[in-house]
Write a protein that binds this ligand. Structure first.
Ligand SMILES: [Fe+2]
Ligand SMILES: [Fe+2]
Length: 442
């Protein structure tokens, strides 16, 4: 049973009521495209949508299809979908036809605005460049909603991390996120262990947990790479599954920095950075096919410009998200720059516990920008580091993916919001169902 089937099955008795509304919506959809809704063997849309790249004026929509299809999204500022705009996969020009995924990027949206949307796809019978037929549209009749973020918006952000595709952990953290209802969900890396195929990636991000099929259908993601998300053959093509951010957010040499972001939720500027792998490019394990040094340096150049944007300068609070911590007071914590192979006497682990290179590259820019807090992950142990003489920003390290209540690697959800002119951060241990830290920033 696929996810949409299961969802409808679970809704059971309410389906009869929903069917009436669904029928009306279907007629409306046909009138826009001119394509008939046709019955075809098997469903064409086989996952709920996920919303990618929370932003002020854009959002990405991705869902799975079961056969050659060109996906689309209709969106409206009205819950009845009046005056809906339809946007197709691939934007303008040649529309995308794919047998696994539909990606639709909605652009030109108003900031801090609620939209309603529904997804659909045209089934395409494709033989060759002159032999193709549009067999008609299939639509998921559910009307969902999302809100754009921006300086005028209000709301909260939530952070999850290091779920490592462990279903029990995902159940815990996503249950908490559903209760907190954030404006954006930061997935701060290590969603995966190693992603070798697109099919595997689809399972991780589109069929994330059977109890939470709509985990990102109304809450846009801000995805931040962890070191494990950079591993595997398909990791090199992950933007074919997890859309890069809208290219108009950056320019020039930064066109490929598709995971970096500066965005606002009210008075909070959210800054996304990618610390990359936890081993050096020179480590023989990596076969000379990683260029993280250049990647981190390019991000530093991007950041130096980004912090001059009004998105950052006009924000009262600045919060950075990156996977690998940028500070560790333990003398034997591997700092990630032990050339050539991540080993040296006095360091028991041969991988980076923290990222000194990134701290040196980006830390001065955080100081210049007035960053108050850096939220990280990777160590699988919750920790709070206060600012000190050398570092004006605090650091939170998110928890792990352990399920033994006797251990300290419990999973966490970190919530942030502005209240009474202060940035409030609440850290939840979702295994033991308790708050483990509350912090305020002025
Ligand atoms: Fe991890
Ligand atoms: Fe990690």
């Amino acid at each position: 049973m696929n996810i949409i089937d299961r969802r409808n099955f679970l809704r059971g008795s309410v389906c009869a009521v929903a069917a009436t509304a669904a029928g009306a919506e279907a007629v409306s959809a046909v009138s826009i495209s001119g394509n008939p809704i046709v019955k075809t063997p098997g469903r064409l849309i086989v996952s709920p949508p996920i919303l990618m790249n929370a932003a002020e004026t854009s959002v990405g929509v991705t869902f799975e299809v079961s056969a050659d299809a060109s996906g689309w999204v209709e969106y409206s500022t009205s819950p009845d979908m009046s005056n809906a705009t339809r946007v197709f996969s691939g934007g303008t020009g040649l529309m995308t036809v794919d047998d696994k995924l539909a990606h639709i990027r909605l652009t030109g949206l108003k900031s801090a605005t609620k939209y309603w949307y529904r997804i659909g796809a045209d089934r395409i019978d494709y033989k060759d460049g002159y032999g193709m037929k549009n067999l008609g549209s299939e639509m998921d009749v559910r009307i969902r909603s999302f809100s754009t973020i921006g300086a005028e918006s209000s709301g909260t952000f939530c952070v999850i991390n290091d779920t490592h595709d462990r279903k029990e952990v995902l159940d815990l953290v996503l249950s908490k996120v559903e209760k907190l209802k954030p404006s954006a969900l930061v997935w701060n890396g290590d969603a995966t262990n190693s992603t070798e195929t697109k099919e595997h990636g689809i399972k991780i991000f589109l069929h994330t947990h059977e109890k939470h099929p709509e985990y990102a259908s109304e809450t846009p993601l801000l995805f931040v790479n962890g070191n494990h998300d950079l591993r595997g053959r398909f990791a090199r093509k992950m933007n074919e599954l997890l859309m890069f951010r809208d290219p108009t957010e950056r320019s020039g040499e930064y066109h490929d920095l598709g995971r970096n972001f500066i965005q606002r939720i009210g008075d909070v500027a959210l800054i996304g950075m990618d610390t990359g792998e936890d081993k050096l490019d020179t480590n023989p394990l990596f076969a000379g096919i990683y260029q993280m040094k250049a990647y981190r340096e390019k991000q530093a150049r991007w950041l130096a410009e980004a912090i001059n944007s009004p998105i950052v300068t006009e924000a009262k609070f600045k919060v950075v998200f990156c996977h690998i911590p940028l500070f560790d007071s333990r003398p034997d914590a591997n700092p990630g720059d032990l050339a050539p192979a991540d080993t040296a006497p006095g360091y028991p682990k041969n991988w980076a516990a923290w990222q000194r290179t990134c701290a040196n590259l980006w830390g001065p820019l955080f100081e210049k920008a007035g960053v108050q807090l850096v939220i990280t992950a990777h160590q699988h142990r919750f920790r709070y580091d206060s600012p000190d003489f050398n570092r004006s920003w605090a650091q939170i390290v998110g928890g792990g993916c352990g399920l033994d209540k006797m251990r300290s690697d419990y999973p966490t959800v970190i919530e942030g919001f502005v209240k009474d002119g202060m940035l409030k951060i609440i850290a939840y241990d979702v295994l033991n169902e308790k708050i483990i830290g509350e912090y305020s920033f002025s």
